[in-house]
Design a binder for this molecule. Structure first.
Ligand code: MG
Length: 373
């Protein structure tokens, strides 16, 4: 089970039309995949996202030389060491070694994690609402309509990147056109202060389909979140950049959120990610994974959700949904999992039980040239 080969696959795609949120526009989508192969021929894939030059240099100069010859069974020790150098690289290594462990045992990943409790996991359509066009609201409505046509009934849109009046008109237009057919998530990307957030609060009594309000204010303001939660008439969600249990504890102890949004790629390992899920349940919170930056990390989030204890005993209550990127992004379809009517059915087989689209990987392989993210 010693590691003998590590291949790297930096992928880059230039968007025809940049899109974005309150943090600005994305011009590219990128992804960094690794394939770890053991002496016995078992292979596992990992994924992370960051500047491709930096990841390529870091893997080839330090991480790969460290990994060669190590036992793939030593997942915890290996990922803890790599995390000291680069946390997201450690997440990629953890994914690959976890898949190898499941394949070596001849079982599906969910069985490695104690067994799936359900074969189907709901997903929601995640949109980036802003474009540089004067017609951005019109384009956003078109995206919402497309997502509904694809069978999604829970849809996330962005607010916080325009004036309150513009953003409000955007949401009013969406509600008028599609509100009766969908539930809606509003993601502010930490754009507001408490006073601005309360303006949205005054609108929520008119909209019964708001699933949650996401990260309205700077995420380190735990006390402000706690106070907002007390007056907010919809659930508050957040935490996509939290990296592990120590980041969640102040929020959990202060009861500052309703829904936690951990991201498998933003934790230093899948084991740490699953600790976050478990912690949320220990404190009685819902968990809806964030996974906008990756493709493989979304597969892991779906599998972990399939293994997670339910948050409710209510008849008909589903496990919390996983984020599904429906914007222009060729990497969403690298792994053969496809939502149907807003739900993903889990595959069987050893390891992930999913094939990778190697042709697509080769087609988008980064050529090493400079790019401005
Ligand atoms: Mg968000």
């Amino acid at each position: 089970m010693n590691i003998v080969i590590i291949e790297t696959y930096p992928l880059l795609y230039k968007l025809n039309q940049p899109y974005g949120d309150a943090n600005g526009y994305k011009k590219y989508r990128s992804l960094y995949l690794i394939r770890v192969i053991t002496a016995s021929g078992i292979e596992g894939w990992g994924e992370c996202a960051d500047d491709l030059h930096m990841l390529e240099a870091g893997f080839h100069s330090r991480i790969i030389p460290y990994l060669i010859g190590k036992s793939a069974w030593q997942r915890n020790e290996i990922t803890e060491t790599v995390a000291k150098w680069h946390q997201r690289a450690a997440a990629a290594v953890s994914m690959a070694l976890t898949e190898i462990a499941a394949k070596a045992a001849g079982i599906h990943l969910c069985d490695l994690w104690g067994g799936r409790r359900r074969d189907v996991v709901p997903v929601y359509a995640s949109l980036q609402s802003y474009t540089a066009s004067d017609r951005w609201r019109e384009l956003s409505l078109k995206h919402v309509e497309d997502a509904l046509r694809q069978g999604f009934s829970l849809i996330k849109v962005k607010i916080g990147g325009r004036t309150f009046c513009e953003d409000k008109q955007h949401i009013v237009d969406i509600q008028a056109a599609f509100g009766s057919r969908m539930r809606l998530i509003l993601d502010c990307n930490q754009s507001y202060d408490a006073a601005q957030t309360r303006k949205w609060c005054s609108l929520f009594p008119y909209w019964e389909n708001i699933e949650w309000l996401e990260e309205p204010i700077a995420f380190h303001l735990t006390e402000e979140y706690r106070l907002l939660r007390q007056i907010m008439n919809v659930p508050i969600a957040g935490g996509e950049n939290v990296t592990g249990a120590s980041g969640w504890l102040p929020l959990l102890r202060n009861r500052a959120l309703e829904i936690l949004q951990p991201d498998p790629m933003h934790h230093p390992s899948l084991d740490a990610y699953r600790e976050s899920l478990s912690l949320a349940r220990q404190y009685g919170f819902r968990v809806s994974p964030h996974c906008y930056d990756g493709a493989l990390s979304r597969v892991y989030a779906i599998f972990a959700q399939a293994c997670l204890a339910p948050w409710s005993k209510m008849d008909g209550a589903m496990i919390e949904p996983v984020e599904w990127d429906v914007m222009d992004n060729p990497f969403t379809r690298l792994f053969a999992l496809e939502p149907l009517q807003g739900k993903v059915s889990l595959p069987d087989g050893a390891g992930l039980g999913i094939e990778l689209d190697m042709e697509r990987i080769q087609a988008y392989r980064w050529d090493g040239s400079r790019y401005e993210a």
